[in-house]
Design a protein around this ligand. Structure first.
Ligand code: DOR
Ligand code: ZN
Length: 335
């Protein structure tokens, strides 16, 4: 059995910088046509100069591969209309992090509501710049996303023309919210389609599956699968592939993030095929994102075959999801 995926897109990707970028960028660029690049570097990407120089470093790191990095800015409530008007030419979206909620988000926003962020969000709405949000409260870890849903509702209601993307959703309540507001969209990761909290902490602790938002309950995973498997038009694949060196994962104080970029398409084929919905994968990994963001990425065709392959143990000093395990599909060629 074979499938050809056209112009795969990863609409939520952490590539990092420096030596790590040199490992990660070619791995995504090999199989994907493009990706939305997250701005949580140290320091975060908050100026047009930083966007452009980061983009240049990414393009250098991908080598010969054809790949479009769709850049983002790290949300600041101090951005002016004039700045955003200029920035729009250089970016695809702006990513909003609650302060301190995850890796390198200390410079995020401490008060997220429609009143405090009115000026920037009105400007983004008028300029048609999508807002990507890491939607978690500061509450109990399993409830953080659910508690944040009222914030999504308020923003969606108050700024009806602003495209809001609920990033890496993990709960059935978030899936349900898609139906309530026209301007709400979502990304779903590979790992949240695969795992629940049981896989992370139900037996021996598995640090390489620890991420934010934490994986939730079986019924939540079921709702995510239902949305992805049916290629819900408001849902896109966003891997949230988030590499950390092995020393930061297998350590006291494990960093949050699952590294999935090099195995994402193979594992998605496996999952979709087993659910007998392989025909819907094209929409989930590309078409929906093209429609939602109005993108025309470079052409790429990834041919995958149903043949077992063993996942590499490490890429540089990063351990991928399914390290040394077998996946039922492999990439045969990229055209
Ligand atoms: O698990 C995560 N890792 N979640 C995030 O939101 C950020 C990411 C990272 O940058 O490491
Ligand atoms: Zn992320």
């Amino acid at each position: 059995m074979k499938i050809i995926l056209k112009d795969p897109l990863d609409m939520h990707l952490h590539l990092r910088d420096g030596e790590m970028l040199k490992i990660t960028a070619p791995l995504s660029a090999k199989y994907f046509s493009g990706a939305l690049i997250m701005p949580n570097l140290i320091p975060p990407v908050t100026s047009i100069e930083q966007v452009e120089s980061y983009k240049k470093r990414i393009l250098q790191a991908i080598g010969e591969n054809v790949f479009k990095p769709y850049m983002t800015l790290f949300f600041k409530d101090s951005y002016s209309y004039e700045f955003l008007k200029e920035a729009k030419k250089h970016i695809t979206a702006i990513k909003l992090y609650p302060a301190g909620i995850t890796t390198n988000s200390e410079g995020g926003v401490s008060k997220i509501d429609s009143f405090s962020l009115k000026e920037v969000l009105e400007a983004m709405s008028e300029l048609e710049i999508p807002l990507c949000v890491h939607g978690e409260s500061e509450g109990f870890v399993m409830d953080r996303e659910s508690e944040f849903l009222s914030v999504y509702e308020e923003l969606a209601r108050e700024f009806p023309k602003l495209k809001i993307i609920m990033e890496h959703i993990t709960t059935k309540d978030a899936v349900n919210l898609l139906e309530k507001y026209e301007n709400l969209y979502a990304t779903i990761t590979l790992h949240h389609l695969y795992i629940t909290l049981d896989d992370v902490a139900g037996g021996l602790l598995r640090p390489h599956l620890f991420c934010k938002p934490i994986a939730k309950r079986p019924e939540d995973r079921m709702a995510l699968r239902k949305a992805a498997f049916s290629a819900h038009p408001k849902v896109m694949f966003g891997s949230d592939s988030a590499p950390h060196p092995v020393s930061k994962k297998e350590s006291l104080g494990c960093a949050a993030g699952v590294f999935t970029a090099p195995i994402a398409l193979q594992a998605l084929c496996d999952l979709f095929e087993k659910a007998d919905v392989l025909d819907n994968l094209q929409k989930f990994v590309s078409d929906n994102a093209k429609n939602i963001y109005s993108l025309t990425p470079p052409k790429k065709e990834v041919v995958l075959v149903k043949e077992e392959y063993e996942v590499e143990e490490r890429f540089g000093d990063v351990v991928p999801m399914f390290s040394k395990e077998k996946i039922g599909w492999r990439v045969e060629s990229v055209l």
